[in-house]
Ligand binder design. Structure first.
Ligand code: FEO
Length: 162
C-alpha cells in the first residue's frame, strides 16, 4: 500500500508535469505568433511529452490502488522578450522539475518504498536528458548570436524534432 505522503507527493508531481506541458504550450503559442515555426513545433512535442510523464505517474497510482487527485493548472506565461528567453525559461523550469523529482525520490527512499524508487528512476534519467536537450539549444544560441540568417537556420533545425 502506497503511503498517504507518497500518494500526495505523486499527485502534486502529476500536476507539475501537466503544468509543465501547459508552460511549453504557452511558449509554443508565443513562437507561432512570432514566426518561429520550428521552435513552436519543438515546444509542441515537449507539451505532448509532459502529458506522457503525467500519465506514467497517474498509471502508477492506479496500479498501486492509490487515489488520483487532479489539481488546478495555472495559466502559463504568454509573453517573452525573444526566442533565447523562451529556452532560458525552459531550462529554469526543467531545473525546478528536477528538484521536485529528487524530493519525491528522497521521500520514497526514506519510506523504504522500493517499487516507487524503481518507477522514479526513469524520471531521474529523463530529467538529465531534458535539461541537456535545452542546454544544447542554448549553446546553439551562443554559437549563432543574434544574426538573422543563423537564427532562421536554428529555428528550422528545431522543426525537425520527431
Ligand atoms: Fe516532465 Fe520536462 O519534465
Amino acid at each position: 500500500m502506497l503511503s498517504a505522503a507518497l500518494t500526495n507527493a505523486i499527485n502534486t508531481q502529476i500536476a507539475l508535469e501537466l503544468s509543465s506541458g501547459y508552460v511549453y504550450l504557452g511558449m509554443a503559442m508565443w513562437c507561432a505568433e512570432n514566426g518561429f515555426k520550428g521552435a513552436g513545433h519543438w515546444l509542441q512535442k515537449q507539451f505532448a511529452e509532459e502529458q506522457e510523464h503525467a500519465f506514467k505517474l497517474l498509471h502508477y497510482l492506479q496500479e498501486r490502488d492509490a487515489e488520483v487527485k487532479l489539481h488546478d493548472i495555472p495559466a502559463p506565461k504568454a509573453e517573452y522578450a525573444g526566442l533565447k528567453e523562451v529556452f532560458e525559461a525552459a531550462l529554469k523550469h526543467e531545473e525546478h522539475v528536477t528538484a521536485s523529482i529528487n524530493k519525491l525520490y528522497e521521500l520514497a527512499v526514506n519510506e523504504k518504498d522500493y517499487a516507487t524508487q524503481i518507477m522514479l528512476q526513469w524520471f531521474v534519467d529523463e530529467q538529465v536528458e531534458e535539461e541537456n536537450n535545452v542546454k544544447d539549444i542554448l549553446d546553439s544560441f551562443k554559437m549563432v548570436g543574434a544574426h538573422g540568417g543563423s537564427m532562421y537556420m536554428l529555428d528550422r533545425s528545431l522543426g525537425s524534432r520527431e
